[in-house]
Every structure is written in structure tokens, then in C-alpha cells.
Design a protein around this ligand. Structure first.
Ligand SMILES: C[S@+](CC[C@H](N)C(=O)[O-])C[C@H]1O[C@@H](n2cnc3c(N)ncnc32)[C@H](O)[C@@H]1O
Length: 343
């Protein structure tokens, strides 16, 4: 942990592969646990709990989450982890399974404690350089951009893909190659009373799993998506992580409740804008942050960002800025920031 406080803002990387194993269709899910742990060791985190269904495997980590699909991996880590160190080993493991990397997307917000970040996360420039050096050469179509806001929080995006993926994305005009769009929500300065729900009582006699389950219920996180199977974990003395699995769709919540650097994140994929907006409202009510950012990534031409301001306005949040950009393979990214009227 940094001397100053825990860095809640996560780094997130999504790797897409082509060439599934036609015999089992399990692709990357065949990666054994020992190999996965070795990759996570390089990142400096560990698995605290795991669950899977017929579509994917989901892992709650000591620092955030990992999702493994047959041809896609999403890994999100916070604190002072070295997330990008996972990229090359994951690509190498995939090659042994007959899979080729065809797309990479790296996103993160602005760190609260940037000076505490180790290599290669000391700056966005360094992260991009590291990715360029460690990604296979077939990912020749690249773009890196920092999307600005009116506050100190920015959204950093890097994407890279091969020519085949680029043509496919242009033809289908569908992001994520499955019709879903991704939403990443970051919240800071959480309501102090609500943040207390993510602290454990001294010597509570509970396990991380049982205390996590209780937090999921007490805070209302269980009602964000009632169809999701939730795998939750409460850290000691405070902090919370959960992964939700709903068919082929994941969701994830991470909370750093300490006053002075409180932070919570919510991420999920959606097919419908209505469902997204309904869940966004529930999430904002759980944390009542003073500052909120909502990043949507979807096919170019789909305007899933619309309606966000209208959805959070009745909850006392006012739109501060909106930045839009397009990225090869990923599609349109819209980064919107909001602040609470009370501040
Ligand atoms: C891993 S969780 C959630 C991470 C998430 N990205 C976030 O900040 O919202 C981080 C919270 O758990 C607390 N925590 C307690 N023990 C921890 C541990 N062994 N590893 C990581 N975090 C721990 C941290 O102080 C922090 O409040």
C-alpha cells in the first residue's frame, strides 16, 4: 500500500484472441490455475475467490478482478499493482493454445496517488510505450488518447488491433464483437455514512466471504442486478470486492471506503441502455459520491451515453464535462463527469 493511502483507481486491460479450439470451445479457460497464479504474481496480486458458469470464469483478486472467456480476458487491478506485466505472459500462454491476440484495450482513470505507482505505470506515456514493446507486431493499428474533463480526473485509453479485427468492426459496426457495450463507473468522495458499511467490526468472527455476503445485502449491491450470481469478499479491516455473473455478462464492484481517499467502481456490460441507466441510478444511490465519472464504450453510431445526465440529475448530480473519441476496434468512447450539488 502507498504510504499516503490506498490507490482505488483501477487499471484495466482487455485482450481479445482469435482461433478457438473447435474440440472443446474452452479456449483460454483451459489455462491451469497454477499458470494463472504465476501471471498474477508478476502483477502482484492473488486470487481470493472464484466462480464460473458455462460462459466464463470470474476471479475476485486481492486487488480487483479477472474474467476469463474462451477468447477474451479482462483483468482489472488497483493499488500499486503492475497490471501491464500480465500482457506478455497471457499472450504467450494463449499461443500455446493455438490462439492469436487480435485486440487490446487498456483504460484507466487518473490516479489519486500517481507518485506511488511503479514501472510501467509511472505515466500514461510509459504505459503506452510498454504496451507497444510487449504487444505482438500484428497489432499494427493503434491509438492512445487522454480524454479530459473539467476536473483533475481524466480517462486514459489505448487500443490496438490487427487489420482483420479492424475490418470486421467496420463491417459489423458492433463493439465487443457480441453486441454488448461496456460501462466503467468511477466514484470518489463517497458519502461517509454509506462508506462505513464497508468497514468490518473488530474481531467480528467472520470470514472474508461471509462478511462480504453481508455487505452485499446491507448496502443494496445485491439488488443492482437480481439475476446475477455474486461472488463477494470483504477485506479486513475494510474494503470490498464483488464479481457478478449473469449468463455471459459480468459485473464488478470494488470499494475503498477510507475517508480522505474513498473510491468505488462499478463496471458491467449491457445490451440495453434502459437496463444500464436503471442500474447506474442504483449504484449512485449506494455510494452517493461527490464526484462521478461514467465511461461508455460501444459501437460507433450507437449513442448509449445519452440519458446518463438525466438519470443522475434527480440524485443530485450535475454534469461537468463530456468528451467523445473513437478508437480502432473499441468503437466510440464517451467520458462524462458529474459532481454532487451538495459540494
Ligand atoms: C481490494 S479492495 C477494492 C479495490 C478497488 N479497486 C477499489 O479501490 O475500490 C481495496 C480496499 O481493501 C482494503 N484492503 C484491506 N486489506 C487488503 C489487502 N490485503 N489487499 C488489498 N486491499 C486491502 C484497502 O485498504 C482498500 O480499502
Amino acid at each position: 500500500m502507498a504510504v499516503s493511502g490506498f490507490e482505488g483507481f483501477e487499471k484495466r486491460v482487455e485482450l481479445r484472441f482469435s482461433g478457438d479450439d473447435p474440440a472443446t470451445g474452452k479456449g483460454l479457460r483451459r489455462l491451469d490455475f497454477f499458470s494463472l497464479e504465476k501471471v498474477l504474481h508478476a502483477v502482484q496480486c492473488t486470487v481470493v475467490s472464484a466462480v464460473g458458469n458455462k460462459f466464463f470464469d470470474s476471479y475476485v483478486l486481492s486487488e480487483s478482478s479477472l474474467f476469463v472467456y474462451p477468447t477474451k480476458i479482462i483483468i482489472k487491478t488497483c493499488g500499486t499493482t503492475q497490471l501491464l506485466k500480465s500482457v506478455r505472459p497471457l499472450v504467450d500462454h494463449a499461443i500455446t493454445m493455438g490462439l492469436t491476440l487480435c485486440g487490446c484495450r487498456y483504460t484507466r482513470g487518473s490516479f489519486i496517488f500517481p507518485d506511488a505507482q511503479p514501472h510501467p505505470h509511472t505515466s500514461f506515456k510509459e504505459e503506452v510505450l510498454y504496451l507497444e514493446e510487449n504487444l505482438p507486431k500484428n497489432l499494427s493499428i493503434k491509438k492512445a488518447s487522454v480524454m479530459k474533463s473539467k476536473s483533475c480526473y481524466k480517462w486514459h485509453v489505448f487500443t490496438a488491433c490487427d487489420e482483420g479485427s479492424m475490418m470486421e468492426a467496420e463491417g459489423a459496426r458492433v463493439d465487443d464483437h457480441d453486441g454488448l457495450f461496456t460501462v466503467e463507473i468511477c466514484m470518489t468522495e463517497l458519502d461517509r455514512v454509506l462508506a462505513k458499511n464497508f468497514f468490518r467490526r473488530f474481531n467480528d468472527g467472520k470470514t472474508g466471504d461471509s462478511a462480504g455476503k453481508e455487505m452485499t445485502e446491507v448496502t443494496g449491491i445485491s439488488s443492482v442486478n437480481r439475476n446475477a450470481l455474486i461472488c463477494d469478499y470483504a477485506f479486513d479491516p475494510c474494503g470490498y470486492s464483488m464479481n457478478g455473473i449473469d449468463g455471459s455478462r459480468y459485473s464488478t464492484v470494488h470499494v475503498t471506503p477510507e475517508d480522505g481517499f474513498s473510491y468505488a467502481s462499478f463496471e458491467s456490460v449491457y445490451a440495453s441502455r434502459e437496463e444500464f441507466l436503471e442500474q447506474l441510478q442504483k449504484v449512485v444511490k449506494i455510494f452517493r459520491p461527490a464526484a462521478l465519472s461514467v465511461s461508455t464504450t460501444c459501437a460507433a453510431g450507437r449513442e448509449v451515453w445519452r440519458g446518463v445526465a438525466k438519470a443522475v440529475e434527480p440524485l443530485g448530480m450535475r454534469v461537468r464535462s463530456r468528451a467523445k473519441d473513437e478508437f480502432p476496434d473499441a468503437g466510440a468512447v464517451v467520458f462524462q463527469t458529474f459532481t454532487a450539488r451538495r459540494k
